[in-house]
Design a binder for this molecule. Structure first.
Ligand SMILES: Nc1ncnc2c1ncn2[C@@H]1O[C@H](COP(=O)(O)OP(=O)(O)OP(=O)(O)O)[C@@H](O)[C@H]1O
Length: 242
């Protein structure tokens, strides 16, 4: 299996006195389902933002598809954005269009698809996410769960090779959550690499090949197979997950 992401001794702090991540090293293999678990404030969202090249490490390196993120000579931001989709924890940060239709059409239009192709792909996505009725509504006036579905649809519409998802089930009702887990499983079977930050042990159990646990000191406490990690009560207690 080829490596999609490689993080080497990554450090990050929002301001000098408060570290957010300390000495993070791991790889993500192509087609892998990786769960990032950890208590509030342990650094999960920060880690995903670093992997999405929204912020840059203070030190250490992040490689994606064999290229050093942000490297002026070799890194192509446009190619990267086509391959990697990021769904924020807070949907309000993500949604900016005047209608749900335009929100979902944005990425395919950016990729240069023709108007009629975009129309078709957006209609299909609206149906697949069960949000056809919302298509003319302003995204910022939707409920939390509806916003989350639109945010997911607006990223998944271009079928990225890698999905970075920050608390994707937050705000979803039980049926929508189940539906999302099935959808992510299906995408993964077709080859999509999935990295999810969550506290949701249910999701960690159903949707992971490997789990990374971050501790309150913002470093990696454990990396392992789901059955090893989720059986380890002492570990889960230590990081506030049970
Ligand atoms: N914009 C910011 N400015 C300053 N500090 C920040 C900022 N965002 C996060 N932090 C701090 O960085 C650390 C890691 O935060 P992060 O949001 O990555 O944690 P998390 O594991 O995703 O938490 P949660 O489970 O609560 O979403 C925390 O100590 C947090 O207070």
């Amino acid at each position: 299996m080829s490596t999609v992401f490689e993080l080497k001794n990554v450090y990050y702090s929002y301001n000098k006195s408060v570290p957010a991540l300390i000495d993070i090293t791991f790889e993500v293999k192509k087609g892998e389902k990786l769960i990032l678990l950890g208590a509030n404030g342990s650094g999960k969202s920060t880690l995903l933002k670093l992997m999405d090249n929204l912020i840059s490490p203070d030190s250490g390196e992040i490689w994606a598809f064999g290229k050093l993120l942000g490297d002026k000579k070799t890194f192509d931001e446009y190619e990267f954005r086509k391959k990697v989709g990021f769904v924020f924890q807070d949907s309000d940060v993500q949604l900016f269009s005047t209608t749900v239709f335009d929100e979902i059409a944005f990425a395919p239009l950016q990729m240069g698809l023709k108007e009629d192709e975009v129309q078709k792909i957006v209609e299909e996505t609206l149906i697949s996410f069960g949000i056809e009725k919302l298509k003319d509504r302003p995204p910022h006036r939707l409920s939390g769960g509806e916003k989350k579905k639109v945010a997911l649809a607006s990223v998944m519409v271009i079928n990225p090779e890698v999905l970075l998802l920050d608390e994707p089930t937050n705000g979803l009702d039980p049926r929508s959550k189940k539906w999302l887990l099935v959808k992510l499983q299906e995408l993964n079977k077709k080859g999509t690499t999935i990295v999810i930050a969550t506290h949701d042990l249910d999701m960690a159990a159903t949707l992971s090949d490997r789990i990374i646990v971050l501790n309150e000191n913002h470093s990696i406490e454990a990396i392992g197979k789901p059955d090893e990690i989720l059986k380890d009560k002492e570990l889960l207690l230590k990081v506030n997950l049970i």
